[in-house]
Ligand binder design. Structure first.
Ligand code: SF4
Length: 345
């Protein structure tokens, strides 16, 4: 693993105890986030994208959930070992998050200025007047006109796009190192989506903030990501640069996602085209019924006997020079040789 990563997520396991039994919602998840980059986390609903974000923020609901293993290193400090007070300091100050639907995250009874100013007063000990001035500056920075007046408005007085900008202003007020954006534009129309992505890119360039973008929109991935991580049934199944993962996907699941999106083949995404993840035949298996083997095997056109009994680990393709890797037995040299022999026989 690289040592200069801002965030190192190492073999993280999160379990939930439910009436149906124990479900492992994150299973050996490992990745890194480096300063100034955008890492996109992709996958269908229920694959573990949002739970990964909650784990980073120390917000796994406990009980019924619990972190059952692994390390979460922020600048070398293990956040899983941090006190609740230290986690509150990190959250919102050094690592912050914007959510899918701002109306559920903004408090309807406080003005947007009070809400942006709250974290500044809490984390940066600003006076009420200084926090208000910084809130106005942040509203200006995220492109809200007449910021001096709008700072005193309530969330319901703003459009969806404006509220999402307020969320971004709140998340960035303390100049965090890492911004986690969980489907930040899903509730917005295409034009506003493009504006929000432009804004995130501009702020990233200006401040060097690392962005973890959680999305099911491959158009957003192509537009925003430096690196891509694909998740399936609580595991990371492929990681690499955007060009590698979108241009030469290794895992049959990633290949399926991209084959459903012909416009990605040319890397020329038409603005406004529908690039959300299309259906791959079959459904994501229930986390209670994974059993042994590769979780994708019921949907995989290349499944072999070994896929039903052993979980593949992350492997780099033979001769691969980069960190592009996937978890699939097709990349295993011995398995591949045996398969080629069997096909030839
Ligand atoms: Fe398909 Fe087997 Fe690879 Fe899983 S390990 S993706 S079932 S070939």
């Amino acid at each position: 693993m690289m040592t200069d990563a801002l965030l190192t997520v190492d073999d993280v396991r999160v379990e939930f105890n439910t009436r149906r039994g124990k479900a492992t919602v994150l299973n050996g998840v490992s990745f890194e986030v480096n300063a100034g980059e955008t890492l996109c986390i992709v996958g269908e609903s229920g694959c573990g994208k949002s739970m990964t974000a909650l784990a980073v923020l120390g917000l796994v609901p406990t009980p019924p959930g619990r972190v059952a293993g692994g390390r979460m290193l922020y600048r070398g400090e293990d956040l899983f070992a941090a006190t609740p007070a230290r986690m509150r300091e990190v959250r919102g100050n050094r690592i912050s998050m914007i959510f899918q639907e701002p109306m559920t995250s903004l408090n309807p009874v406080y003005t947007v200025g009070d809400q942006i100013g709250e974290s500044l007063r809490l984390h940066q000990k600003l006076s009420p007047q200084a926090a208000r001035e910084k809130a106005i500056a942040m509203l200006k920075q995220v492109g809200i006109p007449a910021a001096g007046q709008r700072v005193d408005e309530y969330p319901h007085q703003m459009s969806g796009g404006m509220r999402q900008r307020v969320m971004i202003a709140m998340a960035l007020a303390c100049e965090p190192d890492i911004l986690i954006a969980d489907e930040p534009t899903t509730a917005l129309d295409v034009t506003v989506q493009a504006q929000i992505f432009d804004l995130l890119r501009a702020l990233q360039k200006d401040k060097g903030t690392a962005i973890m973008l959680i999305t099911h929109d491959m158009g957003a991935v192509a537009e925003m990501a430096d690196r891509v991580m694909v998740m399936y049934a609580g595991r990371v199944i492929e990681q690499g640069t955007t060009a590698e993962v979108l241009g030469s996907p290794l895992h049959p699941y990633t290949q399926g996602l991209i084959e459903c999106l012909p416009e990605l083949g040319s890397s020329q995404l038409d603005e406004g085209s529908d690039t959300t993840l299309a259906e791959i035949p079959g459904v994501v298996p229930s986390l209670w019924e994974l059993g042994s083997g590769c979780a994708f095997r019921e949907r995989c056109p290349h499944a072999m006997a070994r896929c039903a009994s052993e979980v593949p680990g992350m492997v780099r393709p033979p001769g691969g020079a980069s960190a592009h890797a996937a978890a699939c037995w097709l990349l295993d040299k011995d398995t591949n040789m045996a398969r080629t022999d069997a096909m030839a026989a």
